[in-house]
Design a binder for this molecule. Sequence first.
Ligand code: CP
Length: 322
Amino acid sequence: MRVQLDSAGGLRHLITLDGLGRDMLTAILDRAESYRRIPGQPAYEGRELAGVTVANLFFEPSTRTRASFDLAGRRLGAQVVNLDLHSSSRAKGETMLDTIYTLEAMNTDVFVIRDSEAGMPEYLIDHVAPHVSVISAGEAHVSHPTQGLLDVLTIRSHKRRFAGLKVAIVGDIKHSRVARSTAHALATLGTGDLRLIGPPGLLPSEDEFRGAQRFTRIEDGIAGADVIMMLRIQKERMSQAAALDDAAYFREFGLDTTRLKLASPGVLVMHPGPMNRGVEIESAVADGPRSVIREQVNNGVAVRMAVLAAVAATLTRHRRPL
Ligand code: CP
């Protein structure tokens, strides 16, 4: 794994939470908390990214991550360019690296990348100029670091302590970059009780998620849980033959109000989105009093502001003089 910090310990790139220390995670969460405004309050507006150009390159679909990186950059004073597969010359066969070099030539400082190819963010940080940063906005099934950060920010704002928490992740964990990143963040912050729940074919291999317990019955895994994170079945990452019947899946693994009673009374129900209502989660639970799903979305903007501000502060040390 490439180094994500510069020689002074500043955050230069963010492509994984694996290996980032507790102090760094806590500093990002603290800064995100200072940027957070609940819906109805005026959004934070600052100049931390004045003079910085951010290119959001989303070569896979996205609502939450793309919109929140766009808002995060603008609310801190950045110039922001948004490109996707259809609106960029990648649709004409241009390589990712040529797209990056083209935008670097236009003084882009920060690239936010979502791509289906594993290894792409790491490849790009080997090729960008010394004054340029790469932030992953979702890498294949591998990593989604800002989602992991917004998940732990949401948990922290309700639970305050990570040690002793019982966290259950339910669904298609095998294909989930969210589960991997959130598990890294939870482990770094001190959560030791992680339960992975799903059909045997959707649980990750034993060499991943070290120390986590595995369950194939949702009732067993969520018993007493303080946090339940539901995941979407990622049909786009599995063969048609492996795809599951939605109704049968909901019967076996869906979170409904009856099953929710098995968890701790103060349980938080989370979902990274996009949700498939009636497949992995019942609407009464998704919109119910234990749900923090919309808080996760709100925290997503604050976390992305904090990450952009952190890399911009590092980049100022590496910029060429006029
Ligand atoms: N959670 C998440 O990454 O959602 P989007 O795909 O909408 O960005």
